[in-house]
Design a protein around this ligand. Structure first.
Ligand code: HSE
Length: 312
């Protein structure tokens, strides 16, 4: 029996939507899980953590404990990783979503996305990061009366996302430690109004409104100094015709939002000339979320009904 899970990159915050908005991107880690008589192998990983200490395995165990299921004696996880680590593109959400999906597949033979979202949020702490990985699409997450919830909003198809990715990492812990403990009333109202505007601008496909909306007073000004080249990258994106930019997740990736396909090659060319070690990657919103298939070794795989999804 082999389980294969597609676990997507995410881009959280989207400017004023700090800690509550995020999107699923069309870049993913494809992970497969196969049983072995004994021993644990995690292969194809680019992080230092190997085997049992790897976040995918830790998340697998977390899910098994929640489900009251026994750990298998041996297994092998292979990862084909496209999502860069510690760049603000949801690499930890990818691992957690993948590990919890394997736990469900092992114990129940199917996924329950609502439970995976709940447990992934417990593990990772940021629903705006894990929510889009689990459900796909653009999500607004909120702490409701029964815990964290997520609801989709629409992004007009004309908008595309261009990730500007530096060659250095930034830990989420360090990027959160840079934030103040409290905000003024003026800052709070600024972000509330701009976050609401952001959703209207995306829904309507209104670039002028989106340019206004992508402002933030809660996190970007504190994180920007930790990103060497931040101002140059933002200037490049605007010069190339982007509608706006935001720090993706906790950074250091800077995401440019564009309403025309001509912006990506211009950003790529300017980045190549002006910012050593930075890369541009053209991305689209993905509606897929976690996706799983089960196959007998060597046989044709069967796509699974991907569990309940109440986020429509
Ligand atoms: N909203 C989170 C942050 C995303 O900005 O710290 C990172 O997981």
């Amino acid at each position: 029996m082999i389980f294969t899970v597609t676990s997507h990159a995410t881009s959280a915050n989207i400017g004023p939507g700090f800690d509550c908005m995020g999107i699923c991107l069309n870049k993913a880690n494809i992970m497969s899980f196969a049983y072995r008589p004994q021993g644990i192998i995690v292969d194809g990983v680019t992080s230092l953590a190997k085997n049992e200490s790897h976040l995918v395995v830790q998340s697998f165990y977390y899910g098994l404990d929640k489900l009251g299921a026994k750990r298998p004696a041996g297994f092998e996880i292979n990862m084909d990783s496209q999502v860069p680590i510690s760049r603000g593109m949801g690499s930890s959400a990818c691992c957690i979503g993948g590990g919890l999906a394997f736990a469900y597949l092992h114990a129940k033979g199917k996924l329950d996305k609502d439970k995976i979202f709940e447990w992934a949020t417990e593990m990772e702490g940021h629903p705006d990061n894990v929510g889009p990985n689990v459900y796909g699409g653009a999500l607004l997450c909120y702490n409701g009366s029964k815990g964290y919830e997520a609801i989709r909003f629409h992004i007009d198809r004309k908008f595309r996302f261009i990730a500007m990715i530096p060659d250095f990492k930034l830990s989420t812990k360090a990027a959160r430690a840079a934030l103040p403990e409290a905000y003024t009333r003026e800052e709070t109202v600024f972000n509330m109004s701009h976050a609401a505007l952001l959703i209207k601008a995306f829904e309507r496909g209104d670039s002028r409104l989106l340019r206004e909306a992508m402002q933030d007073k809660l996190h970007q000004q504190y994180r920007a100094p930790m990103i060497t080249g931040y101002k140059t990258a933002v200037d490049i994106a605007i010069k190339a015709g982007a509608v706006g930019t935001y720090i993706s997740g906790a950074g250091p990736c800077i995401m440019a939002v564009a309403d025309s396909p001509s912006v990506f090659p211009r950003i790529r060319s300017l980045l190549n000339k002006q910012l050593n070690g930075w890369q541009a990657d053209a991305m689209r919103l993905s509606h897929e979320g976690l996706k799983a298939t089960i196959s007998e070794s060597g046989a044709k795989s069967t796509p699974l009904k991907n569990g309940n999804d109440t986020r429509k």
